[in-house]
Design a protein around this ligand. Structure first.
Ligand code: F6P
Length: 357
C-alpha cells in the first residue's frame, strides 16, 4: 500500500476539508485498496509529536461543506523549526523520524506561506512533500488564487453590505477592518464588491488628509455617510519607512491599538462625522466554503492526487491563468504575493471614484 500523510497547518480557512476530501476521493478512485491515508493532527506540531492516525474512507464523506479542518491545525512558526528550546526537541529530526515511523511515501501539507517554508525545509531534508495553497489572505507566491480567499471575500462583502444600512441611518462614517495580514487582496476585492467609498491596503500607505478629503467630498455631493474598507495591516505614509513593531509602538504612543481605531478618531476630529469601527475578525475565516472555493478545493485536491500518483514531489499546487499547475517549493518558499502597483483592480477602484487614500 502507498501511505500518504496529510496535515493542515497555520490559520484555518474554509475549503480545507473540501481539499482533503478532493485528495482522498481522487486517490481512492485511482488506487482503491492500494492507498492508506494517514492523518496528522494539528499541523507540524502533530508531526513533531507523533500525533497521527490511519484514516478510513468514510471519514472523507460529508465534509465538503464543513468549515475548519477535521485534522485540526496549529501555527508552528518556521523560525522555531531549527531552534532546540526548553523542550530539548530537535523538531526537524523529530519530523523526519515520525515520517519514517509512519512509513510514508509522501506528505501533503495544506497551508499558507509559513507552512510552505517548512514544507520546503522538509523537502530539502529528503522527504517527499507536496504543498497545497490555502489562505484567506491570497498571498502565496506563484498562484493567482488560494482556496479560502473567495469565501472570505463573500463574508467580508456581506459585512460591508450590512454596514451600509446602519451607516446611512445614522449618517456616520463606518470603518470596516478586514483581515489579510500584510496583503490587501481581501480588502480590495471585498471593498469593490461591497461598494466601499474608501479602500486602504498595506501596499499603498494612506495619507489621512486624503482620506478625510474623500469623506468631505462625498458630503459636499450630498452623501450622508461613508464606508471605509481598511486592511488590518494598513499604515499611513509616515509609517511607511517603519518596521511593523515600530508602527505598533507609534500607535500605542498616540493612544491607539490599531490603524482602524486611529483612522476613526482622526476622521471624527478632522471632519466632524461621527465614526465607528467594525471588526468582523475571525468570522472571515469561519463556516462553509463558497461554491467557488469548493470547486477550487476539488480542483487542487484532485491535482495533488495526480502528483502523488506520478510521484512528483517537492512542488506545490497552483492556479495560473485558469490552469491548475504546480510550482517547485524552493521557488515559492519565503516569498509572498502582495497587490502589485498598477494591478487591474486598483485601476477599477480608481475609475469608480473609490479613494485609495
Ligand atoms: O493568515 C490568515 C489570517 O487570518 C490573517 O489574515 C490574520 O492576520 C491572521 O491569520 C490572524 O491570525 P490568528 O488566527 O492566529 O489570530
Amino acid at each position: 500500500k502507498k501511505r500518504i500523510g496529510i496535515l493542515t497547518s497555520g490559520g484555518d480557512c474554509p475549503g480545507l476539508n473540501a481539499t482533503i476530501r478532493g485528495v482522498a476521493k481522487a486517490l481512492y478512485q485511482r488506487m482503491g485498496e492500494d492507498v492508506q491515508i494517514v492523518g496528522i493532527t494539528n499541523g507540524y506540531s502533530g508531526l513533531i509529536n507523533g500525533q497521527w492516525r490511519e484514516m478510513e474512507p468514510e471519514e472523507f464523506s460529508g465534509i465538503l461543506t464543513m468549515g475548519g479542518t477535521i485534522l485540526g491545525t496549529k501555527r508552528t512558526p518556521f523560525k522555531l523549526m531549527r531552534v532546540i528550546g526548553e523542550d530539548q526537541v530537535d523538531k526537524v529530526a523529530a519530523m523526519k523520524k515520525n515520517y519514517e515511523e509512519m512509513k510514508l511515501d509522501c506528505l501533503l501539507c495544506l497551508g499558507g506561506n509559513g507552512t510552505h517554508k517548512t514544507a520546503n525545509l522538509l523537502a530539502q531534508e529528503g522527504l517527499n512533500v507536496i504543498g497545497l495553497p490555502k489562505t484567506i489572505d491570497n498571498d502565496i507566491y506563484g498562484t493567482d488564487v488560494t482556496f479560502g480567499f473567495h469565501t472570505a471575500v463573500d463574508i467580508a462583502t456581506e459585512v460591508i453590505d450590512r454596514i451600509h444600512t446602519t451607516a446611512s441611518s445614522h449618517r456616520r462614517c463606518m470603518v470596516v477592518e478586514l483581515m489579510g495580514n500584510k496583503a490587501g487582496w481581501l480588502t480590495l476585492y471585498a471593498g469593490v464588491a461591497g461598494g466601499a467609498d474608501i479602500i486602504l491596503i498595506p501596499e499603498m500607505p494612506y495619507n489621512i488628509d486624503n482620506v478625510c478629503a474623500a469623506v468631505e467630498r462625498r458630503a459636499s455631493q450630498g452623501k450622508t455617510f461613508s464606508i471605509l474598507a481598511v486592511a488590518e495591516g494598513a499604515f499611513d505614509n509616515e509609517e511607511a519607512r517603519m518596521k511593523k513593531k515600530e508602527r505598533a509602538a507609534r500607535r500605542k504612543e498616540q493612544g491607539y491599538t490599531t490603524a482602524t481605531n486611529r483612522i476613526a478618531a482622526q476622521i471624527e476630529k478632522m471632519t466632524g462625522f461621527e465614526t465607528r469601527v467594525c471588526v468582523p475578525g475571525h468570522m472571515q475565516r469561519g463556516g462553509s466554503p463558497s461554491a467557488y472555493d469548493r470547486v477550487l478545493a476539488t480542483q487542487f485536491g484532485t491535482y495533488a492526487a495526480k502528483l502523488v500518483e506520478h510521484e512528483k514531489y517537492g512542488v506545490t499546487v497552483a492556479m495560473r491563468n485558469n490552469h491548475v499547475t504546480e510550482n517547485p517549493l524552493e521557488e515559492i518558499a519565503g516569498k509572498s504575493r502582495l497587490v502589485p502597483d498598477g494591478h487591474g483592480m486598483l485601476e477599477v477602484a480608481r475609475r469608480m471614484g473609490i479613494s485609495l487614500g
